[in-house]
Write a protein that binds this ligand. Structure first.
Ligand code: HEC
Length: 123
């Protein structure tokens, strides 16, 4: 693992703020992982809880702790190599996202992982 699993507990507000910035401002993660409400805005009550795939095929997964139990190290690994804990690899549009994330400094990937782990659980 790249970062210890208790890193999240220790994650300071600065790390989470950096993660939030990368996710919400730069990463556009919410554009795919958060569903839209009736008027087309992001549904904040289902933040990162998965959404229909804009391509019309399948769905984009819920990545809140209610659905994803990966450790912080697992997330950093996925954002670096695209490998999941079961040695599957990121597919679809996420493969392109991982390619971009893999070019960031590791501290940024760790900040994104800390933010994802700190998301409110949405079943
Ligand atoms: C263009 C749409 C899109 C964007 C933008 C996007 N994702 Fe994804 N994401 C997906 C899809 C589709 C999958 C499923 C990939 C697969 O099935 O292999 C996925 C999978 C994941 C997974 C693994 C979940 C699982 O259960 O396998 C994580 C974690 C994740 N994304 C985090 C992020 C983060 C963090 C960002 C922003 C940096 C992001 N995603 C941006 C579409 C996107």
């Amino acid at each position: 693992a790249f970062v210890s699993d208790d890193y999240v507990m220790a994650a300071d507000t600065e790390t989470l703020a950096r993660g939030r910035y990368l996710v919400e401002a730069l990463g556009h993660c919410t554009e795919c992982h958060t569903p839209r409400d009736a008027v087309g805005g992001l549904d904040r009550s289902r933040w990162m809880a998965g959404a229909p795939n804009p391509s019309g095929k399948g769905t984009i997964p819920n990545i809140t702790p209610a659905a994803l139990d990966w450790s912080e190290g697992d997330l950093v690994e996925y954002f670096t190599s695209g490998f999941t804990p079961d040695y599957d690899s990121a597919g679809g549009k996420m493969a392109e996202v991982v390619e971009n994330l893999s070019r960031l400094p590791e501290t940024d990937r760790a900040a994104i992982a800390a933010y994802v782990k700190a998301l409110p659980a949405v079943p």
